[in-house]
Design a protein around this ligand. Structure first.
Ligand code: SF4
Ligand code: SF4
Ligand code: FES
Length: 278
């Protein structure tokens, strides 16, 4: 079992223990939902709706109850209801979280405030526009690039062998579901929309650290920009809100380490040294 999996399991156990200790049981809560339709120039206001809840009710369940029984027009984006699709990110009591992964029993107070994610253009109610976020992700070229692979000639096709240690270098970063919670929590994104943000930079590190990828130089050029890697303050609010245990601030720091020439990844150091000799 890899270090990353053990770390995630420890986090999961810690989280469930903390949740049990903090659990607050109620029979109903009040949802305070930000409502606005930007296209219709509707000014923002809050609606409050009383919702019956049980021990296992999530914020998404509560919102869907409100939508089903009280006001069909509430705008929410969701799909999987199991913290996998990344669609239901919103600010819950001011913190970016997944609505389907947040139980009402773990939130204090009888009123739960739901607002759209910060740092994303607002569309309607709890729905935001992810176009720029996905554009940043796309700009990182999030796929394996290997100049030695010849996929056109079947005779040359072969397996790329990786050790568990090789996989462990990028594994936690591959758990990202692109929910945007880290992006919403990032103070640099709030100031500079050209900054790729924690999600995209962590994904850059995910491919950079993959031993099957050889596009080291190209990847460094993409993030070495005045709106790039060095705009991050490393305060880590991105990592503290990630619902999937990804640590984007760590990925960014490791990427910066590689760029500055210090790192525990010998293979990449060797590649960088080779580059410097040219
Ligand atoms: S790093 Fe975490 S918070 Fe950020 S988009 Fe990925 S899953 Fe969401
Ligand atoms: S550590 Fe960097 S990327 Fe993460 S929230 Fe802070 S400034 Fe943004
Ligand atoms: S509905 Fe898919 S992550 Fe919440």
């Amino acid at each position: 079992m890899t270090d990353t999996i053990e770390k995630l399991e420890r986090l999961d156990k810690k989280r469930s223990k903390e949740h049990k200790e903090k659990e607050i049981l109620r029979s109903s809560i009040t949802l305070k939902i930000l409502r606005a339709n930007r296209a219709a120039n509707e000014p923002a206001h809050y609606d409050t709706i009383e919702v019956p809840v049980q021990r296992s009710t999530t914020v998404l369940d509560a919102l869907l109850w409100a939508k089903g029984y009280k006001d069909h027009s509430i705008g929410i984006r969701y799909s999987c209801r199991m913290a996998s699709c990344g669609s239901c990110g919103m600010k819950i009591n001011g913190i970016p979280r997944l609505a389907c992964y947040t139980k009402v029993s773990e939130l204090s107070g009888d009123t739960i405030t739901c607002e759209p994610l910060s740092n994303f253009p607002h569309i309607r109610d709890l729905v935001t526009d992810f176009s720029q976020f996905f554009e940043h992700h796309k700009n990182m070229q999030p796929y394996i690039q290997n100049e030695n692979a010849d996929i056109k000639d079947p005779a040359k096709l072969s397996e790329f062998m990786q050790s568990p240690e090789d996989v462990d270098k990028f594994l936690q970063f591959s758990y990202c579901i692109k929910c945007g919670c880290c992006y919403a929590a990032c103070p640099t994104v709030a100031m500079d929309t050209k900054f790729p943000g924690p999600q995209a930079l962590a994904q850059m590190y995910r491919y950079f650290a993959d031993t099957r990828d050889t596009a080291v130089e190209k990847r460094m050029e993409i993030v070495d920009d005045r709106h790039g890697l060095f705009r991050c303050h490393f305060a880590g609010s991105c990592s503290s809100v990630c619902p999937k245990g990804v640590d984007p601030a760590l990925g960014i720091q490791l990427l910066r380490g590689h760029m500055l020439g210090y790192s525990s990844n010998e293979k990449k150091i060797a590649e960088l040294k080779e580059r410097l000799k040219k």
